[in-house]
Structure formats: C-alpha cells, structure tokens
Design a protein around this ligand. Sequence first.
Ligand code: PLP
Length: 409
Amino acid sequence: MALVNEHFLKLQSNYLFSDIAKKVNSFKITHPKQKIIRMGIGDVTQPLAPAVIEAMHKAVNEMASKETFHGYGPEQGYPFLIDAIIKNDYESIGVSLEPSEVFISDGAKSDCGNIGDLLRHDNSIGVTDPVYPVYIDSNVMSGRTGIWENGIWSDVVYIPCTAENQFVPELPSRRVDIIYLCYPNNPTGTTLTKEELKKWVNYALANDAIIMYDSAYEAYIQDPNIPHSIYEIKGAKKVAIEFRSFSKTAGFTGVRCGYTVIPKEVSATTLKGERVFLNKLWHRRQCTKFNGTSYITQRGAEAVYSPEGKKQIRQTINYYMNNAKLMKEGLEACGLQVYGGTNAPYLWVKTPDGLSSWKFFEKLLYEVFIVSTPGVGFGPSGEGYLRLTAFGDHDDTIEAIQRIQHWMR
Ligand code: PLP
C-alpha cells in the first residue's frame, strides 16, 4: 500500500492568490464593463530587454545546427553565466566567490522551496512575519511546522515586522536552526542596514544556525548604504545561503532563471556531531533531481550583464521604481501610511480607520476597482496592511492613484 506524505494534507487550501482571483472574478461577473487595475500579484509587465532577446535568438539559431547544438548542460549551470554572475554581482561589491559556489536554476522559488531537502525534518525554523509563503509551505511539506492553530503554525517562530518596530526583526526568543530572511522584503518592501543584518549573521554564527537569504529584489535597491548581498557581512560565508533571481531584475518571470550561492564553508551537523558541507550536498541533489536550466535561457541571462543589457534592464527597473515613487507620494498625499517602495517594488500600506486587510481589499476592489493583496495573507503580522506592487503599466498606475485620491477625499 502506498502511503501519502501526510504533511501535504496540512497545507492550507486557501491559497492567497486563488482567493483573490475568485473575488475578482465574482466582481467581474457583476461589473462586466468596469476597468480593473491590477496591483496585486507580483508579476512584471514590461518585455525582456532587447539585448536578452538578441542573445536568445542567437542561441536558438545555434540549436539549429549540429556543430553548435547544445544538449544536456552542466546541472549547476554553464561557466559563461556563472563567471558573469561572480564578476558583476559579487566582485563589484567586494565579495569573491568560486564558480563551484554558484548554482544556476530555473528560479528562486524552486531553490527556496527545495533547499530544505538538505536539512533534517526536526530543525526549528524562524521566519519574519509577514512572509513570502513559499518558505513556510515548503517546510509544511517536509513536516517542520507542527500544526495549524489560530492562523499560525505551532512549530514556526514568527518574528513580527510591523510599523511598531520599523519593520526590523528582533532576534528570536526561542532558538531557531534555520532562519529565512528576504531583503529587500516581499511583501513589506522594507530593507535592512548592514548593522541590522550583522546582528543576524552573528546570531547564526553563535547558534550554529543557517540563514536562507532571499535577495530576489536586490536590483531595486537605490540607497548605496543598503547591502545587496548577505556576504557583505563578515562571517556570512559560514552561515548563509543566498537566493537570487532574474525574474524581477530582468523580466524573466516567464523565461525562468535564478541562482543560489552556497559558499564552501556553510555546514550543518550530523547527529553524531560531524560537520557536513552543504555545497557538496546541494551539488549532489541538483545532479540527481535537476537537469539544468536551458542553454537558451542561460545565454539570455548572460546578456543581462552585457553593457547594453545592463543599461536596458536598469531602464525597466527605473520605470517600475518611478511607479513606486508616484504611488508612495500619491497615497501619502491622501493621508495613508505607506512603507517600502523606495528600495523595492512593493508598497505596504496601513489600512485606514482600523479596517482589516480583507475589508480594505474589498473596498478598493468594489469602490475603486483596484486589485491589491491583503497583508494578512502573508502572515498574522500582515493584518491591517495591504500590499501594492509597482510592476504595473505607468498610465494605469497613475490612473489607480488618481482613483484612490478621488475616493479618499
Ligand atoms: N523570492 C521572493 C521573495 C519572491 O517574491 C519571488 C517571486 O515573487 C521569488 C522568490 C520567486 O522568484 P522566481 O521567479 O525566480 O522563482
């Protein structure tokens, strides 16, 4: 008899975005002519950079002839892309990495979700709250979260990040073995300074813990004092794994490419107390369960680092960050409290008049025809907030802000 992994049955069936989609669909049935502006889901709207398209076309043409055809590539990625990443994303900020420390993948979601394969089911986990749901759900699947009670998982340490603590997570009072940090943060759009991040690296060093550092939005950082990588902090190479993505940096949400850095020194312990290096285990895991990202995709990602590619992706990031600025200014002008949006494409808006997240979501949908994301969907500390994204079309963004301003008056 085949027995199911019952941890899957604990997953909460009400997935946030499908709940939102249901509400939007029922609105559309009753208001078929109304123009809805979507500021909910974090997908991009602008096309790939011309340099990326050109490189991908070229790679497609290579596939057409026997001499230049590419079959299976290295599971960890092609050296041309790994070298470009090390040079442009790390050496430029004073971090040196070896090629074998970088693993190319089909995106950060797979890697954030799969990394737990390397660690025992009985490690304790800590997450900042609100949180990108993948960190939690992937741990539910492997049995690390305990039971779901009153809107939280019994074995997860939730570290609140709210306006009251300026969205700076405090070190946990209960020991955690694995800590998920995402900066710039989804959903709050806030960042940590080097000093604040250092606190976490020191915690991990002192407690033999591992930090899963998701910097999928690092390209959006505008402030030169905000760290782009956790490896800018001394000692982090011993305790941190970093996830990055081309999705938001270069519009690869539909193309699929990201990478994970696992420095050689990062290790965990066996029950007998032997140290095991996670880089080797991940290499073994990827060789077994992953056959690499497509050659065409990796050539496209490489072009992100060409001089034209860099210029072009920067233009698109500026386009989104200009949306974020207009949104922030426009919403603040009508008296709303708005966080994030200066080093990230997300705005975290405090609901007015003590409204719940879902109530404010519904008001925006039914009264201004704007789709947002209720903050509580990202965790208990998200109650009383709403997430808006700056990934929309510029004209739609302006229209959405004008609608809200008109409505708030
Ligand atoms: N990490 C965070 C914090 C995200 O918000 C997202 C996507 O929204 C991802 C990872 C997933 O990125 P990818 O498209 O590379 O899988």
